[in-house]
Design a protein around this ligand. Structure first.
Ligand code: SF4
Length: 367
C-alpha cells in the first residue's frame, strides 16, 4: 500500500513521492479506497503501509484505510506501517494498535545529527527514542528501525555510535541499507560534482561488516542481507517477497506479482488518481515471468535470505534441478567461497553476502 506524500523531499530519494498537500492527499485516499474496494477479496496474511510517509496521514485516515483492507482481505497476521519519527503524535500508536497494526518500521537512518542533516531529514535522535518508547508503551508487538550506511561524512566511529544507540533501544528488528546514488536525484548531481564525498565499495563493505558484527553480537539473527531480527520478529511480509510469493500492490507506483505476472502501476499521480476514481484499470507496466526467467528471479530472491534456496522445494515449484541446471554458476561461486550447499539447500556464505549482487545476477542472466 503506497502512501506517497512526505512533509519534505530527501535529496537521495527516488521513490514515487510528492510533497504533502492536504487536498491531493485527501483525493489520493479516495482513489486508494476505490482501488481497494473493487479488488476481489482474497485471504492475505500480511499488509505493509509504505511510502512516502504513511504517518503524514493522521491516525484516523490510517485506521480507515486498515479497516478497508481488513474488510477486503480478512484479518492479517501482520500489518506494518512505515513512520517518520518527527511526525509521530502521542496517541498514534494506541490508535494503530486498535486498528490492528502489529509492526512499526521507523525511518531512522542515523542517530548522528550531522548525518541526519546530510540526508535532508528533519528528525532528532531524541525523537527516535521517543518513538520507540511510545510504541512500546502502546504494546505494539514488533518495532523495527532502518539505518543507513555509506552516508557522505559518515565514519566507522559514527556508524558504530548509531549501531550502539540502536542496540541500546533494544528494538525487535533492524534493516541496514547502504546509500545508493539514484539517477535524477540531487545526490546524483552531488556525486557527479564531488565523487570523493561518497564511499567506494571497499569502504562501504567495511561498514556493512561492522553492522553484521555488532548486531549479531547483540543477539540479532542476520536473516536476510539487509535485515536483522530478534527471534520471532523477522518481517513476514518481506519473507513472502523473498519466497517469490504472490502479492498485490495498491497506489501510485505500487508493484504487484500475481500468477507469474509482475506489474507496476503508473508513477504519475494524476493518472493514477483519475483512473482509480473513474473506475478504470490503473495504467501499469506488466511482464510475465516464465520458465528460466522466473526460476532465476526466484533464486535471486531466495539467496538474499539466510536459509537460501530449498533445492527440493525449488524442484517441485519450478521443475528445475538448480544444482544441475546452473552447474557452471554453482561451481564457480562455490569454488570462490561465495556459495555453500547442504543436501537440500544452497545459500550465500558470509563472504558471499558482500558480493550478493554478482552471485544473484549470474543466476538471473544464466541461460
Ligand atoms: S521520507 Fe522517505 S519517501 Fe519521503 S522523500 Fe524522504 S526518503 Fe523519500
Amino acid at each position: 500500500m503506497h502512501l506517497p506524500f512526505c512533509p519534505y523531499i530527501c535529496p537521495y530519494c527516488d521513490f514515487a513521492k510528492w510533497p504533502l498537500r492536504a487536498s491531493s492527499a485527501a483525493r489520493y485516499l479516495k482513489a486508494l479506497y476505490a482501488e481497494i474496494d473493487r479488488e476481489p477479496g482474497v485471504p492475505a496474511a500480511t499488509a505493509f503501509l509504505g511510502g512516502g510517509t504513511p504517518n503524514a496521514y493522521d491516525a484516523a485516515d490510517v485506521t480507515e484505510l486498515v479497516g478497508r483492507l481488513r474488510a477486503r482481505f480478512g484479518d492479517f497476521e501482520e500489518i506494518s506501517i512505515e513512520l517518520n519519527p518527527e511526525l509521530i503524535r502521542p496517541d498514534d500508536f494506541e490508535r494503530y494498535r486498535a486498528a490492528g497494526i502489529t509492526r512499526l518500521s521507523i525511518g531512522v537512518q542515523s542517530f548522528e545529527a550531522g548525518e541526519i542533516e546530510t540526508l535532508g531529514r528533519k528528525h532528532t535522535p531524541e525523537q527516535i527514542e521517543r518513538a520507540v518508547a511510545l510504541g512500546r508503551a502502546a504494546g505494539v508487538p514488533s518495532i523495527s528501525i532502518d539505518l543507513m550506511f555509506a552516508v557522505p561524512g559518515q565514519t566507522p566511529a559514527s556508524w558504530r555510535r548509531s549501531l550502539e544507540r540502536a542496540i541500546a533501544l533494544d528494538v525487535d528488528h533492524l534493516s541496514t541499507y547502504g546509500l545508493t546514488v539514484e539517477a535524477g536525484t540531487p545526490y546524483a548531481d552531488w556525486h557527479a560534482r564531488q565523487p570523493s564525498a561518497f564511499f567506494d565499495d571497499t569502504a562501504e563493505a567495511e561498514l556493512y561488516a561492522m553492522a553484521i558484527d555488532a548486531l549479531k553480537s547483540a543477539g540479532y539473527e542476520h536473516y536476510e542481507i539487509s535485515n536483522f531480527a530478534r527471534s520471532g520478529h523477522a518481517c513476514k511480509h518481506n519473507a513472502n517477497y523473498w519466497a517469490n510469493g504472490d502479492y498485490l500492490g495498491f497506489g501510485v507506483g505500487a508493484a504487484a506479482y500475481r500468477d507469474g505476472v509482475r506489474s507496476v502501476h503508473t508513477r504519475s499521480l494524476g493518472t493514477y488518481i483519475e483512473a482509480a476514481l473513474e473506475n478504470r484499470p490503473i495504467p501499469s507496466d506488466a511482464e510475465r515471468l516464465e520458465g528460466r526467467k522466473r526460476a532465476g528471479e526466484a533464486i535471486m530472491l531466495a539467496l538474499r535470505t539466510a536459509q537460501g534456496v530449498g533445492l527440493g522445494d525449488f524442484k517441485r515449484r519450478y521443475d528445475i534441478d538448480v544444482v544441475r541446471h546452473y552447474a557452471p554458476v554453482v561451481s564457480r561461486f562455490t569454488e570462490a567461497g561465495l556459495l555453500e550447499r547442504t543436501e537440500d539447500c544452497m545459500r550465500l556464505t558470509e563472504r558471499g553476502r558482500f558480493l550478493a549482487n554478482d552471485v544473484c545476477g549470474a543466476f538471473v542472466t544464466f541461460d
